[in-house]
Design a protein around this ligand. Structure first.
Ligand code: ATP
Ligand code: MG
Length: 243
């Protein structure tokens, strides 16, 4: 009955030589449902894209490294091959492990490139990742001293934020860690993350012994025990290849 009504209505408004797209109400319903589903999928896709963009914005990845991936890490020798293979394995096993990593080595050898490739890959998997240099970390913590503490802006909140990211990468671990306070903060962050089974990455030009001297044995014990990943980057700088 309904179908006849619908067809009759259509017939009144379309020219005789044109065949209606739908033969009955059921066809219209099916078509609407299909369109609705496609629309929902496109909204979900758009939302996911916005979410990822926001996560990327909040990740601290610098402009130079925003497009760094495993695909654009050029393999020129065995050293490159080893580090990219193990970095890829690290992200593939990320969900099932809490392993820390340290990328240690000479300037321009791709530590930030590969760390950003790791970050970009994990952000794509909807993980929260934050990269910060030790200098920025300290200046942010010191800034919190100068303000009248409010809920969003105190040392505890900053430490909480840093301790709860799925992956925190601390860059440029170097000789500038001078005070006991700075060492204590790093220890606190690494220890909190370790206790809550959240991995931490570190990038440094220092070797293992210098890192112990700078960060202390307790931090390095947590960073390097068990299945944690230590990668040496000891080859010529790639910067000369970039015009
Ligand atoms: N194997 C590689 N393939 C492609 N680009 C590379 C490679 N290695 C390094 N690069 C590029 O070279 C530049 C320097 O690398 P990066 O900043 O990662 O070095 P780094 O080891 O962090 O150096 P530093 O210790 O001085 O901070 C970056 O633009 C990076 O993308
Ligand atoms: Mg670097």
């Amino acid at each position: 009955m309904k179908n006849i009504k619908f067809l009759n209505k259509l017939k009144k408004i379309i020219p005789n030589n044109i065949q209606p797209k739908f033969k009955n109400d059921y066809d219209v319903l099916k078509w609407n449902q299909k369109k609705g589903k496609l629309f929902c999928q496109s909204i979900i896709k758009k939302n996911n894209k916005i979410k990822k963009q926001n996560m990327l914005k909040k990740s601290g990845i610098q402009a130079l490294y925003i497009n760094c991936s495993f695909d654009n890490y050029i393999i020129e020798h065995e050293g490159h091959k080893k580090v990219i293979t193990l970095a890829k394995k690290y992200v593939q096993e990320f969900n099932n492990n809490i392993n820390n990593f340290v990328f240690s080595g000479w300037p321009g050898t791709g530590k930030n490139h590969l760390a950003s490739a790791i970050a970009n890959y994990l952000i794509n998997q909807k993980k929260s990742v934050f990269i910060i240099t030790i200098a920025d970390l300290m200046s942010n913590i010191k800034k919190t001293f100068n303000r009248k503490l409010n809920v969003n802006d105190n040392e505890e909140n900053l430490l909480y934020y840093l301790s709860t990211r799925d992956l925190l990468i601390i860059d440029e671990i170097g000789i500038q860690i001078e005070s006991r306070y700075e060492r204590m903060i790093i220890h606190q962050i690494v220890d909190r993350r370790y206790s809550s089974k959240k991995p931490t990455g570190m990038l440094s030009n220092l070797n293992y012994y210098d890192m112990i001297r700078v960060l202390g044995e307790r931090v390095m014990d947590r960073m390097c025990l068990g299945n944690n990943l230590w990668l040496d980057f000891k080859w010529n700088s790639y910067r000369k290849n970039i015009s």
